[in-house]
Ligand binder design. Structure first.
Ligand code: T3D
Length: 263
């Protein structure tokens, strides 16, 4: 297998990005951050790309920050925060803002920032043997990469506190029961299921889906009144897309719509 930290696979209408440092359970170092940024730039510049899948090579999805880059002597202090500013925070903002859906196919353990990168994706599908660990408290850190924002919103305050403070393993099955992720599927069905979802998105009204992302991204910071106004604006924009015209025509003609995803 290639030693590139991010592998890109081009499929019809979507791309698969694989985090590829399997010996380190796909933990992030700077090279992997840079490669992921480039891969996301390329996907966004490709007008035929209408969905993205992110998965991990080997037995893990991602073990978060590569801790071998953080070893320091007792008494020596390290000023953290730079990696959030430079890499993790822009990555979360980027995944949320991409104008097409991002599907995380969680193929094994997702720990620390690795768990929260998965949770920043639009759809999270995990296999039965995968687990999610807010491992930060195990090493004296704080959930980052959006975790302290995402967790209470997805699973409520009590469970968010348990996950963050106890830093215990959460099975994929329980993650799905709790509403942390979309679905848990059998190990051998994971890639099939993630591909099926991406293929669906590759034939979906992409501009409309991008507007749905904008509505949901804004929702938790808005009042109902603000959200109603935003929905009106986004609906106006959706109404101008060729896919909306096609959707209505196809419905009236009792046929399957043929969406182009174009503006
Ligand atoms: O800027 C900043 O630094 C702040 C940023 C913070 C963001 C974060 O993500 S902080 C959290 C960092 N991640 C962790 O604390 C998780 C560390 N890993 C683990 O706790 C465990 O590896 C797992 C629970 C994920 C999996 O356990 P297990 O028993 O299945 O595997 P293992 O034996 O621990 O790991 C296998 C190999 O991967 C091993 O290497 P070896 O011994 O075979 O040479 C292990 O050292 C390596 N590995 C796993 N995680 C990391 C890692 N190497 C470097 N960094 C890692 N995060």
């Amino acid at each position: 297998m290639s030693d590139q930290p991010i592998l890109t696979q081009l499929e019809v209408g979507y791309r698969i990005l694989t985090l590829n440092r399997p010996d380190k359970l796909n933990a992030f170092n700077e090279a992997m951050h840079e490669a992921l940024r480039t891969a996301l730039d390329d996907a966004e510049a490709d007008l035929t790309c209408r969905a993205l899948m992110i998965t991990g090579a080997g037995r893990a999805f991602c073990a978060g920050q590569d801790l071998s880059d953080r070893v320091h002597a007792p008494g020596e202090s390290v000023k953290l925060g730079e990696a959030q500013e430079k890499y993790y925070n822009p990555l979360v903002r980027r995944l949320r803002a991409l104008p097409f859906p991002v599907v995380a196919a969680v193929n094994g353990v997702a720990a620390g920032a690795g768990a929260n990168i998965a949770l920043a994706c639009d759809i999270v599908v995990a296999c039965t043997s995968a687990k999610f660990i807010q491992s930060f408290a195990r090493i004296g850190l704080v959930p980052d990469t959006g975790g302290s924002w995402t967790l209470p919103r997805l699973v409520g305050d009590a469970r968010a506190r348990g996950l963050a403070l106890l830093a215990q393993d959460l099975t994929a099955e329980k993650a799905a029961d709790w509403g942390l992720i979309w679905r848990c599927v059998a190990d051998d069905a994971l890639i099939y299921e993630a591909r099926r979802i991406c293929e669906h998105f590759a034939n979906a009204p992409t501009q409309g889906l991008a507007l749905i992302k904008r509505a949901l991204n804004a929702s938790s910071g808005n009042t109902l009144d603000q959200q109603l106004d935003l929905e009106r604006e986004l609906q106006f924009a959706a109404g101008l897309t060729p896919d909306y015209a096609e959707g209505v025509r196809a419905f009236m003609e009792k046929r399957k719509p043929k969406f182009t995803g174009r503006k």
